[in-house]
Every structure is written in structure tokens, then in C-alpha cells.
Design a protein around this ligand. Structure first.
Ligand code: ZN
Length: 124
């Protein structure tokens, strides 16, 4: 990857990070003691709520939690990748330390492992 491509990737990731954090702040509360950890808001049911409304609150909460967890995972991937770009280790397989195939990085910019290691990991 050329320095320009890395710079572009970093900008894209920072942009996505902003969007993710905004979404997370909407549906969840940041955990002050753990970095990049969020907790989905619980939709409290009111005393006058019907059973149906209560069930609805729980479903909403579960949906938010699922979304929140996906966003959080993505945020972690982005932060990891940004850290690696800053450290100059971006594009290196975390397992075998060989360079990750450029084509693979184009498809999965946040890839941590080379194709072989990723394949072994899914088979394991
Ligand atoms: Zn590898």
C-alpha cells in the first residue's frame, strides 16, 4: 500500500469511527471505566405499561444490545487498525508476521491476519 492509500484508509476509518460513536451514544452509555465499552440503554417499563408494552421494551432493548455489540466490535477493529497504522505495523499478520496480501487488505482493510492464518483460525 502506498502512503497515500494508507492516509486515505486512515481518514475513512476515522470517519466511520465518528459515525459509530455517534450511533453508540444514541443507543448506549459509554462505560467510564473501560475504554470503548458501551452498555445499551434499558427501556424501562412504566408502572402503567401493559404486558404488551413491557414485552416491547424488552425487545427494543435486545435489538439495541445486538446493534450495540456489533458497533462496538467494529469500533474495536477500527481502533486496532488505526493504532497499527500509527505504529507502522499495518498490513502485517499478527500471527506469522508476514505481510498481508494487498488484495485481501483492499477487501478487508481491518484484517489482522494473512489469508493462511485466517483460514487456519476458522478451521480450528
Ligand atoms: Zn499469517
Amino acid at each position: 500500500m502506498t502512503p497515500d492509500e494508507v492516509k486515505k484508509l486512515k481518514e475513512d476509518l476515522l470517519e466511520e469511527k465518528k459515525t459509530l460513536e455517534a450511533e453508540l451514544n444514541r443507543i448506549a452509555t459509554k462505560n467510564p471505566s473501560v475504554e470503548d465499552d458501551y452498555q445499551a440503554h434499558f427501556h424501562k417499563s412504566e408502572p402503567g405499561d401493559t404486558l404488551d408494552e413491557q414485552a416491547h421494551s424488552i425487545t427494543d432493548y435486545e435489538e439495541d444490545r445486538a446493534v450495540e455489540q456489533n458497533f462496538e466490535l467494529r469500533l474495536h477493529e477500527i481502533n486496532d487498525t488505526l493504532r497499527k497504522i500509527d505504529e507502522g505495523t499495518y498490513g502485517t499478520c499478527e500471527k506469522c508476521l508476514s505481510p498481508i496480501d494487498q488484495k485481501r487488505l483492499k477487501v478487508v482493510p481491518v484484517a489482522k491476519f494473512c489469508f493462511d492464518c485466517a483460514k487456519k483460525a476458522t478451521l480450528a
